[in-house]
Design a protein around this ligand. Structure first.
Ligand SMILES: C[S@@+](CC[C@H](N)C(=O)[O-])C[C@H]1O[C@@H](n2cnc3c(N)ncnc32)[C@H](O)[C@@H]1O
Length: 243
């Protein structure tokens, strides 16, 4: 199972049925793991932000027409004029932080838009830096890390240090509740190769992703370099404190 789906399933536990729940997702791309949740709860209001656009396939075309869904074509670090600070219950991003050039402004915005006791959930990847698939990708990460001014915002990528994200999130009045680790490279490959046409293999694949969630508190205690090697994705779970 895609760990992003598990993350959204956990966010679902924050919803009280028959009560409004407002979600802001930054950097939606061409697909969102929130789709099932938005369709399941009519009182969920979903706002998606995406700077690049939807591409020729536009797999979110029908989703965007739903009454409780709105999209904005802009960067996550820009203000959303239609909404006031503290409007949302949750702000989340998936595989976006490592592409954000102005990380501090992006994270600050994600916290500002959430109400007190609301959640900020950022899932990001370090596969680009730990397992680059081409020389070009390796080069991009090198520029992102050491010569960021050479990369335009829409092509930006870097290796993101957990401590940097941790410090920036705490700086703007949040408490980090949990950090979870996902996408162990061998698990990813194994799940890809597992025949998932029968219910047992589907369950085994889902169990493997759930296991990563469960083992996270032990992973956090490991030395940084070992943790980075074992898990290519990290998810920060923070709660906005009373300001
Ligand atoms: C790797 S894609 C991930 C897309 C999707 N969230 C997913 O999980 O498949 C990264 C996305 O982040 C968007 N992005 C990059 N920089 C951004 C920024 N500063 N603010 C908001 N989105 C950004 C890109 O346009 C792209 O759609």
């Amino acid at each position: 199972m895609n760990p992003k789906v598990l993350v959204v399933q956990k966010i679902e536990t924050f919803i009280t049925p028959n009560k409004p729940f407002r979600i802001l997702e930054l950097g939606v791309g061409s697909t969102t793991p929130f789709e099932y949740l938005v369709k399941k709860y009519p009182l969920v209001e979903y706002v998606g932000v995406e700077p690049i656009g939807f591409g020729p396939k536009d797999s979110l075309k029908d989703f965007r027409k739903l009454a409780n869904v709105k999209f904005f074509n802009q960067f996550g670090e820009e203000r959303l004029r239609a909404y006031t600070a503290g409007y949302f219950d949750v702000c989340a991003s998936f595989s976006v932080l490592e592409h954000v050039k102005n990380l501090e402004a992006f994270l600050k915005n994600s916290i500002d838009y959430v109400k007190t006791n609301g959640r900020i959930v950022h899932f990001y990847d370090r596969g680009h830096s730990m397992r680059p698939s081409s020389f070009r990708e390796r080069l991009h990460v090198f520029f992102g890390n050491y010569l960021p001014f050479l990369l335009p915002a829409k092509k930006f990528v870097r290796h993101l240090d957990e401590k940097k994200v941790d410090n920036l999130i705490r700086k703007y009045g949040t408490e980090i509740e949990e950090i979870t680790y996902h996408n162990m490279p061998d698990h990813k490959q194994f799940i890809k190769n597992l025949d998932r046409n029968d219910s047992l293999s589907k369950k085994l694949a889902a169990d493997l992703s759930s296991w990563e969630f469960l083992v996270s508190k032990y992973v956090r205690a490991m030395p940084d370099d070992i943790r980075e090697r074992f898990f290519l994705s990290v998810c920060f779970w923070a709660k906005k404190k009373i300001t």
